[in-house]
Design a protein around this ligand. Structure first.
Ligand code: FAD
Length: 404
């Protein structure tokens, strides 16, 4: 009898698992089940070129429809997996059991929502996670419309960049003392603040949202420090939570994500997890990453493990964000940094920000500076660190700096 792998979640990680299994010669059945109505697609352009209208829907799709049948991948869209029965090794789909030999949870993450008590359910409050979200949101992007963005993280700032470029009057409010508080240094935040302010975006930092005013549409927002900001619509970008509901209900080990071992196996050896939903061992701790490269790499590692590999997955984190004509490329993880060195790039408007803990290089944020990104990533992946003072010397070319 043919083996069957069921993959729950037809996003970046689920797609990676399915395709890698076939590349590696998996001969069993593969079912890729996703609750969105589109076939697997790239999410990053949603807050970038798809929102500006520069990229069509079809270009978001990873593959043309034939690809799935040609590769014997049974793709089911608009289909929710309702429960896992670990005892029977089946999942429930449309009320019916569907047996598996191996199950992969690639359920991603869902946006943190504003509570209904402060206006989170008003009809012009939007989120930026799925194609369906953007299809609802995009018609509001009319020149001169007043947009309020709640949250100054990457999603909020990318949305602000699109809005400002399209001529909307754009305000971002951030409850933390500054934008990008959780993910980037003061220096990187200052660089981006200058960029957005120069494009006319109003950034209000250290002011949380008290409530939205208006019914059925929000017409204003009241901040914690009692500013009243008029608005035509609201985009909420206040982070995501890992989608672990199926795993929790099935009694799998979950702690800020579905806990997996170095091969992506959950506390049940026939169930794996990958991508935004998974929490995996990394340098003696558990880590959860929200990025495309990680979803692909961990998805591939899970497929390899299903095919019998015991090679541990080693994350080599990198990420990017596009805002206006800025490409910000990030390599490494800056957690625990105690020093940041800022280097001006070769051209105006370019820079890099180097995170150290002691003398150890942890991460680099490269702003339109591909050389800094490439060199920094190479050092970080190899566990090498340059001398911080060399980096701080603006006259020392990056290419001439040694790292050990
Ligand atoms: P997802 O791609 O979210 O896929 C999970 C899928 O599972 C979803 O379709 C979900 O609906 C489905 N699902 C959940 N539960 C069930 C169920 N019970 N039954 C069926 N289906 C289910 N990363 C970068 O590296 N660079 C970027 O520039 C960048 N920009 C981004 C911009 C936006 C607007 C967003 C939203 C994300 C961005 N990311 C970026 C993050 C990146 O897209 C995610 O980290 C990546 O998509 C994670 O892949 P995943 O497969 O784990 O989750």
């Amino acid at each position: 009898m043919l083996l069957r792998t069921i993959i729950v979640g037809a996003g970046q990680a689920g797609f990676a698992v399915a395709t890698r299994l076939r590349i590696k010669g998996y001969d069993g059945e593969i079912a890729l089940i996703g609750d969105e109505s589109d076939p697997p697609y790239q999410r990053p352009p949603l807050s970038k070129k798809y929102l500006t209208g520069e990229m069509s829907r079809n270009r978001l799709y990873f593959r043309a429809p034939d690809f799935y049948a040609d590769n014997r991948i049974e793709l089911r869209t608009a289909t929710s997996v309702e429960a896992i029965d670990r005892h029977d090794r089946s999942v429930r789909v449309d009320g019916m059991p569907m047996p598996y030999d191996t199950l992969v949870l690639a359920t991603g993450a869902r946006p943190r929502r504003l509570p209904a008590s402060i206006g989170g359910e008003l009809s012009n409050v939007y989120y930026v996670r799925t194609l369906a979200d953007i299809d609802l949101l995009a018609p509001e992007f009319r020149p001169r419309a007043k947009l309020l963005i709640v949250g100054g993280g990457y999603i909020g700032l990318e949305t602000a960049a699109v809005a400002a470029s399209l001529g909307l009057s754009t305000t971002v409010i951030e409850a933390s003392p500054r934008i990008l508080q959780r993910v980037a240094s003061l220096e990187t935040a200052a660089f981006l603040r200058r960029l957005h302010s120069g494009r006319g975006v109003r950034l209000i930092e250290g002011a949380g949202l008290k409530r939205l005013v208006g019914e059925p549409r929000a017409v204003a927002a009241q901040t914690n420090d009692d500013q009243l900001l008029e608005t035509d619509f609201v985009v909420v970008g206040i982070g995501v939570v890992p989608e672990t509901r199926l795993a929790v209900a099935a009694g799998l080990s979950v702690d800020n994500g579905i806990k997996v071992d170095a091969q992506g196996r959950t506390s049940d050896p026939s169930i794996f997890a990958a991508g935004d939903c998974a929490s995996f061992p990394h340098r003696g701790k558990y880590l959860r990453l929200e990025s495309v490269p990680h979803a692909i790499d961990q998805g591939n590692a899970v497929a390899d493990a299903i095919m019998g590999s015991s090679t541990p997955y080693t994350a080599k984190p990198w990420f990017w964000s596009d805002q206006y004509d800025l490409k910000l490329q990030i390599a490494g993880l800056n957690t625990g940094y105690d020093r940041v060195i800022e280097r001006a790039g070769a051209r105006a408007g370019t820079a890099s920000f180097w995170y150290f803990r002691g003398r150890q290089l942890l991460a680099v944020d490269a702003a339109n500076d591909a050389q800094a990104y490439v060199i920094g990533k190479r050092w970080i992946d190899a566990g090498q660190s340059p001398e911080p003072n060399d980096l701080a010397d603006p006259l020392k070319p990056l290419k001439e700096i040694a790292a050990h």
